[in-house]
Write a protein that binds this ligand. Structure first.
Ligand code: FES
Length: 104
């Protein structure tokens, strides 16, 4: 039997070498702390991932199911992104690097 995990959004922080050098691990910890203290973000999963191959534009963050990738993330942008997820607003348009689309 499959285990079901209640997740509405998945936020992934690149922890490749270049993004790590620009503080991505601290941004991930910040996002986890905000999520942990916000009951209305209880269905947000925060994880890290390997290099997203956009190293010069990092720290990179990806949000699913939206398929949005964000560049040049920092503390204030991370806080703002979580606020927008919480409020159901379009996420961080000013740092939107691209949106993944179906290849069909
Ligand atoms: S290290 Fe983050 S995109 Fe490559």
């Amino acid at each position: 039997m499959k285990k079901k995990i209640p997740v509405d959004h998945h936020l992934l922080f690149c922890t490749g070498n270049k993004c790590m050098g620009k503080g991505s691990e601290d941004l991930k910890i910040l996002a986890q702390n905000i999520r942990d203290q916000s009951p209305d973000l209880s269905t947000l999963l925060v994880t890290k991932m390997g290099c997203l191959k956009q190293c010069e534009s990092g720290p990179m963050v990806a949000l699913y199911p939206e398929g949005c990738w964000f560049s040049d993330m920092n503390t204030s942008r991370t806080v703002k992104l979580l606020d927008q997820i919480r409020e159901g607003q379009p996420p961080l348009p000013e740092n939107l690097f691209f949106v993944l689309e179906n290849a069909d």
